[in-house]
Design a binder for this molecule. Structure first.
Ligand code: DIG
Ligand code: MN
Ligand code: MN
Length: 392
């Protein structure tokens, strides 16, 4: 009996890829295509070959070129639908390309030109309908061009107001058309703009309560985006989770402080990716796990399939490491030791009352004694390292 590989993905893992990820032709700012342009149907077949993929996502123009005729669009959709069927793939998420066409060279929803802002909203409405045609339930907004190179060119307060106005309108549109979308906002600090508005996930978490329909709005954090700014991505995801706003997540990898590399998941920062998978596992994240990443420029499509397989496999390997961590007696003993509870004091600080305040002020808390408590963090982190390096 062949040994079952425990890291083989299945549709139940909810791994998804964008058409633009495995379909990327390997171009970069310093070189053109190195792989032929596949059709959406061919990209879906390629994902079928990788095996275990749950779904595929698209920007409107990944599927339907911006200048396609109605006849061409109909044929593309027909072929795409057939490919989805034969590969048993779903379309959980859709989004709008508001960053490639020259019209968006200075932004979309935050553009200085009211006509371009209106066109961006109109284009998004049509893209939302297209996504609905294929069953998408999450709608992502990545403000690729919302930002500046010179702050002389835009009023940054007005930018926030204009973004909010567009989202409030589009929430109403989704409601009025009974689309049932959940909106997920994706932050990025820079690239392609010198500085992008809403630069980190927390920026959107701060905006959401000010929207007309905060209930249908959440975030779509991307590992590379906080990481490229030298921040701890897992902390941003934790805050989104804690607020019930982690509606979607973009997984990839990235060398901190570099341009957005969109590397294969867990191909660089094993430890950072481990703690992300631990957070998602421990807090039972049930959403899609979307790999917004692409293969190296040197890869052919055979290697692109390996990229897709490796992305999913790495996630499942890290899930296995999380299970090992949670079952490791020594690690768990140390975690128990450093988690210092005091029921009496916690009762006081959990809810303010005059009595509690009086009791807290009177409490005998000796800072010297408190500071002397041991914190075996080197021992704990070494154990995690040894677990990840496969010697524990
Ligand atoms: C970049 O990380 C952005 C675009 O790829 C897309 O709009 C969004 C959805 O994953 N991420
Ligand atoms: Mn990215
Ligand atoms: Mn992304």
């Amino acid at each position: 009996m062949a040994k079952i590989d425990p890291f083989t993905p299945t549709a139940a893992d909810k791994f998804t890829f964008g058409l633009w990820t495995v379909g990327k032709t390997g171009s970069d700012p310093f070189g053109g295509d190195v792989r032929e342009q596949l059709t959406p149907a061919q990209i879906v077949d390629l994902l079928g070959k990788a095996g275990g993929v749950h779904g595929v996502n698209f920007h409107d123009n990944d599927l339907i070129p911006i200048d396609a005729s109605d006849t061409e669009a109909a044929q593309i959709k027909k072929d795409f639908r057939a490919a989805l069927r034969r590969n048993k793939l779903k379309v959980p998420m859709a989004t709008t390309n508001l960053f490639s066409d020259p019209v968006f060279k200075d932004g979309a929803f935050t553009n200085n030109d009211a006509e371009i802002r209106a066109y961006a909203i109109q284009k998004t409405m049509k893209a939302m309908t297209l996504g609905k045609e294929f069953g998408a339930s999450t709608y992502v907004f990545w403000g690729g061009r919302e930002g500046t190179e010179s702050d002389a060119t835009k009023d940054s307060v007005l930018a926030v107001k204009r973004f909010r106005e567009a989202i409030d309108f589009l929430c109403e549109y989704s409601i009025s058309e009974k689309m049932g979308y959940k909106f997920a906002f994706e932050a990025k600090p820079n690239e392609p703009r010198g500085d992008m508005y809403f630069s980190v996930t927390g920026s959107y978490l701060a905006l959401i309560p000010s929207l007309k329909h905060p209930d249908m709005c959440g975030v779509n954090p991307e590992f590379a985006h906080e990481t490229m700014a030298g921040l701890n991505f897992t902390h941003h995801v934790a805050q989104a989770l804690e607020m019930g706003k982690l509606f979607h997540i973009d997984l990839n990898d990235q060398v901190p402080g570099r341009y957005d590399q969109d590397f294969r998941f867990a191909s660089v920062n094993y430890k950072a990716n481990f703690f992300l998978v631990k957070l998602l596992t421990d807090y039972k994240y049930k959403g899609m796990k979307h790999f917004d990443s692409h293969a190296y420029r040197q890869s052919d499509y055979g290697d692109v399939i390996e990229f897709a397989k490796g992305s999913m496999r790495n996630f499942k390997i890290l899930e296995h490491k999380v299970a090992q961590f949670n079952a490791d007696k020594k690690i768990q003993a140390l975690l128990k030791d450093i988690d210092r509870t005091n029921a009496k004091l916690s009762k006081l600080t959990r809810k303010f009352t005059k009595t509690n305040a009086k009791a807290l002020l009177a409490a005998d808390l000796d800072r010297v004694k408190l500071a002397a408590k041991p914190m075996p963090y080197e021992e704990l982190d070494q154990l995690v390292g040894e677990l990840l390096m496969g010697v524990r």
